[in-house]
Design a protein around this ligand. Structure first.
Ligand code: ADP
Ligand code: ADP
Length: 226
């Protein structure tokens, strides 16, 4: 586990107005941080700079005690959960969760132990032999999280993971993500444009507007001073 320190982060695409403009946010070890704001405010760009999918134009990105500006995504030890799950349809739930371990060359017994542990935490142990196509949206979401858990990542990063789900499932998944994050105590950064999600999920909420950090406070403080 590790905290994430964003120091004066800037992102410029071409000559236009910066997509992210001098943003500094310290995410404490184990903290659940929300990045919220309207479409185009720069929240996905910021998340992609944390994970390394986007180059940083200015500032420093520090994870734990390492400056990661120039590190490739695979060297940052982070786990990103995308909204489209990115599961492999031809693989079972077990093999989907096992995938990063296989890539890393883990032994069969290590794969077995870790996948069973993660699937227990996520209440997926009954479904290990099924394929993603036979799962509900919520179960698929949990498989995607299982894949993140087995990697022993330093932090979870979520990019609007619930936006394709219906309202009822979204509510359930919100509760599950919150519970899981608390149980694992893992540093989490979660991007959403949904105010309700922002106010119910996080320890703190960073509000972005046109690439600029407007507010950084707990949901309680934001309710008091909107
Ligand atoms: P959000 O996630 O809040 O919707 P984004 O981070 O996707 O916002 O985008 C922030 C700004 O950067 C927007 O103005 C968007 O058009 C611009 N942008 C995002 N990606 C690119 C890109 N690859 N090339 C040029 N401009 C981009
Ligand atoms: P948006 O911010 O508009 O929702 P996407 O989520 O489609 O954009 O993708 C954002 C960027 O992240 C893309 O440039 C893509 O290359 C990268 N990306 C998306 N999915 C993955 C993935 N599963 N693994 C690695 N990179 C990805």
């Amino acid at each position: 586990m590790a905290g994430i320190n964003m120091r004066h982060i800037v992102k410029k695409y071409g000559d236009g107005f910066p997509a992210v403009n001098d943003v500094s946010i310290d995410v404490a070890d184990g903290e659940f941080m929300i990045l919220v704001g309207p479409s185009g405010c720069g929240k996905s760009t910021l998340l992609r700079m944390i994970v390394g999918l986007e180059d940083i134009s200015g500032g420093d990105m520090i994870i734990g005690d390492r400056k990661v500006n120039d590190l490739a995504p695979r060297d940052r030890n982070l786990a990103m959960v995308f909204q489209n799950y990115a599961l492999y349809p031809h693989l079972t739930v077990f093999e989907n969760i096992a995938f990063p371990l296989r890539l890393a060359g883990a032994s069969d017994s290590e794969v077995n132990t870790k996948v069973r542990e993660a699937s227990k935490t996520l209440e997926l142990d009954e479904h290990l032999d099924r394929k993603p196509g036979n799962l509900s949206g919520g179960q698929r979401q949990r498989v995607a999280m299982g894949r993140a858990i087995v990697r022993d990542a330093d932090a979870f990063l979520f990019d609007e993971p619930l936006s394709n789900l219906d309202a009822k499932l979204r509510g359930q998944m919100r509760t599950e993500i919150s519970r899981l994050q608390k149980r694992l105590g893992i540093t989490t950064v979660y991007v959403t444009h949904d105010q309700t999600e922002a106010m119910t999920l996080g320890d703190r909420v960073a509000v972005l507007k046109r690439g600029v950090l407007q507010q950084l406070a707990s949901p309680r403080q934001l309710y008091a001073n909107p």
